[in-house]
Design a protein around this ligand. Structure first.
Ligand SMILES: Cc1ncc(COP(=O)(O)O)c(C=O)c1O
Length: 368
């Protein structure tokens, strides 16, 4: 079976370094928000070219804490897309605000800036743009729209660590860049972890208080809306081993995406549109077909694992709680058609070719 991802392969060549980093943490006896987290915050801020990095418990908390730091809450609307796995929606709702969904570009499946501009209301307090599948959204245009309206832009970079445009890195185009280090991300910890980068030191100080119950001094709760969302030392130590390799891994992911693009040729399979090299870190290689169940079953029979990112748009999830569903036909169609093929740095060329060959051999069972 060709797996969708293989973290044992990913970690094997790093094993001695990882073991040493983990032993260092165990021997030190300091397990949460300590010297490894401090060092990772400095190193990740430097990598992103951001003034500050605040390490937190996971990527969803990073989004929620960003909203809380901006004092966003009850009755506020946050413009975002509905095809990105419920993460932004979960954070928006947890902060007490409401998602206002914006349609996606039909080709890239990223936020459509024209739809954003048309959908802003007087209650819109922020925009969350997701760089889905590893690809930067049209972030300059979106940042310009947010700036014109005087509202902050939050980038969800959970799938786009290291994606660049004109030398600027994902997470530094708006007020906050939110990251997940979930194990399968381009930069992944051995568990849940996340971070927020920002150029605003006042907001960074608010984030640091909010991630620890709203504490100013220890046990002194000075800010309402605090949470417990801290990064563990073990995760920070592992992320510090991996960060220097991130660009090389992203390069290999791009090679795999390019190889798929050259090798897959099937009239019923649409490939992702070409991207500017640096603006895509190929977190996922997502094809589209109107006969997804048939392609998925064919690939499984051929020994190729696939997944769907994501099958249900946020506004149609049962937990949406009866919110009047807006018309998002492009989003809904995408959720019916997308299929993710294996794409991770350790995937061998022969495996990429085998996946592509299996795609090309597919004979869709088309029913009228
Ligand atoms: C686009 C996106 N946003 C947010 C998240 C949430 O991150 P986490 O799982 O660390 O909470 C994820 C990943 O899971 C994601 O893919």
């Amino acid at each position: 079976m060709i797996a969708l991802n293989d973290l044992a392969r990913h970690h094997a060549p790093l094993r001695a370094e990882l073991d040493a980093a983990i032993a260092r943490v165990l021997d030190r006896g300091w397990y949460i928000l300590g010297p490894e987290v401090d060092a990772f915050e400095r190193e990740f801020a430097a990598y992103c070219g951001a003034g500050e990095c605040v390490a937190v418990g996971n990527g969803t908390d990073a989004l929620e804490l960003s909203l809380r730091a901006l004092a966003i809450g009850q009755g506020d609307e946050i413009a975002t897309t509905a095809n990105a796995g419920m993460y932004a929606t979960t954070a928006i709702r947890a902060a007490g605000a409401v998602p206002a969904y914006v349609e996606v570009d039909p080709s890239t499946l990223l936020m459509d800036p024209a739809a954003l501009a048309a959908g802003l209301t007087p209650r819109t307090r922020a925009v969350i743009v997701t760089h889905l599948y590893g690809r930067l959204a049209d972030v300059d245009t979106i940042a310009g729209i947010a700036q014109d309206r005087g509202i902050p832009l939050i980038e969800d970079c959970a799938q786009a660590h290291g994606a660049r445009k004109r030398g600027r890195i994902a997470g530094t185009f708006g007020t906050f860049g939110c990251f997940s280090f979930y194990p399968t991300k381009n930069l992944g910890a051995p568990g849940d972890a996340g971070a927020i980068v920002t150029g605003d030191s006042r907001l960074a100080a608010r984030l640091r208080a909010l991630r620890t119950y709203g504490w100013g001094a220890k046990y002194h709760c000075e800010m309402a809306g605090g949470m417990n969302s801290r990064m563990d030392e073990l995760h920070a130590a592992v992320l510090r081993v991996k960060l220097p390799r991130l660009d090389a891994w992203n390069g290999r992911r791009r090679e795999i995406a390019a190889r798929y693009a050259r090798a897959i040729a099937h009239p019923a399979i649409a490939l992702p549109p070409p991207a500017d090299a640096d603006a895509d870190v190929a977190h996922l290689y997502v094809v589209r077909t109107r006969h997804r169940a048939s392609l998925r079953a064919h690939l499984a029979a051929a020994g190729v694992a696939t997944d769907i990112h994501y099958p249900v748009p946020d506004h149609l999830q049962p937990a949406a709680g009866g919110t009047a569903a807006p018309a998002l036909p492009r989003t809904e169609r995408a959720c019916e058609e997308v299929l993710s093929l294996p794409c991770y740095p350790e995937l061998a060329d022969a495996e990429v070719d085998a996946v592509a060959a299996a795609c090309n051999q597919w004979q869709p069972a088309i029913r009228s």
